[in-house]
Every structure is written in structure tokens, then in C-alpha cells.
Design a protein around this ligand. Structure first.
Ligand SMILES: C[S@@+](CC[C@H](N)C(=O)[O-])C[C@H]1O[C@@H](n2cnc3c(N)ncnc32)[C@H](O)[C@@H]1O
Length: 233
């Protein structure tokens, strides 16, 4: 297991502390079974479809939660290299259990901090429902893209989803957004799909952001630095 020094600010602590073993069981039933479809209007099967579209045989999942998506998506091979990265040990244990047939690598890290050297690159990196847990403005929390960039191969793909504010929310979504932000489980009261797109375009040449219900789904390729270095810039 790779470890980063994990020193957490109050807000980072709040964004991950709900994920106890019981919290993760609740998450599996409530978020994956109920709120994705009825509150956020972006079903778990829609999100799984995104994994099926982009996941590679050399994949890193960041902010793993229950590990549902990596345990259930269709990898292009039966024996992928799978990395799991999270700041919370419970999430890592739960997800590692769900995906145990792939013998995952475990990375215990706070993605808001620089990540350890010496980790081999991945061809795909996912971060599903991670950004809305992270404190700060979208500009500030986008440091995760900078931290993860060295772990992505030149032709690799970064993809994920996050609940944003600039969507039409139904009444359940409005209520959950308010409650989760008040409790510190979410820090997304200023997050927008357009802000996310800007943050990604600053860092990648090929970006797609689309809204499904209350959620922004994103996919980014061709890190700007890599593109520049091939042009000799
Ligand atoms: C909302 S869950 C998402 C779980 C899963 N990806 C899904 O979509 O079902 C957020 C996950 O991000 C992790 N997390 C929160 N803050 C983090 C941070 N600063 N660094 C790494 N992981 C973090 C939490 O521990 C939790 O496992």
C-alpha cells in the first residue's frame, strides 16, 4: 500500500468522515439505489455506462466509496491493473473487498496534496462524486487535476462526475444539497458545470462536460503540458 502523509484540514475531514463501514452500507443503498435516480436524476446505471465507456485495463479510481463502479464495470480485460485511491481507510477497505478479484493496489492519499512519487502511470483515472466533497472553490479544488496529471499516461483519459449547482434541481435534490452542505458532507455551493469545464480546459486539450440531471459528467484527454512538450514549447 502506498501512503501519503495524511494531515487533514477540518473541511477535508468533514468531506470524508461520513464513510464509516455503516456509512458506506447506507451509501450503497441510499445514494446508489435511491438518490442517484430520484434526487440527482443521473442513475447509477448511467454512471456505470460512463465507466464502461472509458475504463482501461490500467485504471485508477479516486474517491472510491463502496467501490461499486470498479467492481461492476466492464474492463477490457479479465485481469486489469486496478488502483484505488482515497483518504479514508474504510472506503479503501470496502472498495478493495468489492473489487478483490482484481487484487487492487491501494493508495491511501489526500488528493488535495501532492501525491507520492514512484507510482506507475495509469491509462484511465476516474473520480466519481469526489469533487463535490472537496472544500474550496472549483478553482481551488481543481488542484486535484494537477496532482493526478503525473499519474496519467500521455494518451490517457480522466473522467468522472460531480453534483453541480447550475442545473434545474428537483425538490429532493434542493433539500439534499442544502442538508449536505450544511453538514459539510458536500462543499459544492459554488460549483458549476461551466466552472468545471473552464478548469479542465486550462489543463487538457480535449474536454467534454455534459449535464445529466443535477450532475456534470466529464471526460478529459491530452494534458496541455504533454501536448506542448511534443511541439517543443
Ligand atoms: C461521495 S463518495 C464517492 C464514492 C464513489 N466514487 C461513488 O461515486 O459512489 C466520496 C469518496 O471520496 C473520498 N474523499 C473525500 N475527500 C477526499 C480527499 N481529499 N482525498 C481522497 N479521497 C477523498 C471519500 O472518502 C469517499 O470515499
Amino acid at each position: 500500500m502506498k501512503r501519503c502523509p495524511v494531515q487533514l484540514s477540518k473541511e477535508v475531514q468533514e468531506g470524508q468522515q461520513a464513510y464509516t463501514r455503516w456509512g458506506l452500507t447506507y451509501y450503497r443503498f441510499f445514494v446508489l439505489g435511491f438518490s442517484n435516480r430520484l434526487a440527482w436524476r443521473c442513475s447509477t446505471s448511467r454512471l456505470l455506462k460512463m465507466y464502461d465507456a472509458y475504463v482501461s485495463e490500467n485504471h485508477l479510481d479516486v474517491g472510491v466509496g463502496t467501490g461499486y463502479y470498479v467492481a461492476n464495470c466492464r474492463f477490457p480485460t479479465g485481469s486489469p491493473r486496478l488502483g484505488l485511491m482515497d483518504v479514508n481507510r474504510n472506503s479503501l477497505d470496502y472498495a478493495a473487498g468489492a473489487a478483490r478479484r482484481y487484487e487492487p493496489e491501494i493508495h491511501h492519499c489526500n488528493v488535495l496534496e501532492p501525491l507520492p512519487d514512484g507510482v506507475q502511470e495509469f491509462d484511465s483515472i476516474s473520480m466519481n462524486y469526489l469533487l463535490h466533497c472537496l472544500p474550496g472553490s472549483l478553482g481551488e479544488k481543481s488542484v486535484v487535476f494537477d496532482n493526478l496529471a503525473p499519474l496519467l499516461t500521455r494518451d490517457g483519459v480522466l473522467f468522472g462526475s460531480t453534483v453541480v449547482q447550475d442545473s434545474r434541481h428537483n425538490a429532493i435534490a434542493k433539500w439534499l444539497l442544502k442538508a449536505y452542505n450544511e453538514r459539510g458532507h458536500f462543499h459544492n455551493s459554488a460549483d458549476t458545470a461551466s466552472g468545471l469545464e473552464r478548469a479542465l480546459r486550462d489543463r487538457f486539450d480535449d474536454v467534454d462536460v455534459r449535464r445529466v440531471g443535477s450532475v456534470a459528467l466529464f471526460c478529459a484527454r491530452k494534458p496541455v503540458k504533454a501536448a506542448r512538450s511534443t511541439n517543443g514549447e
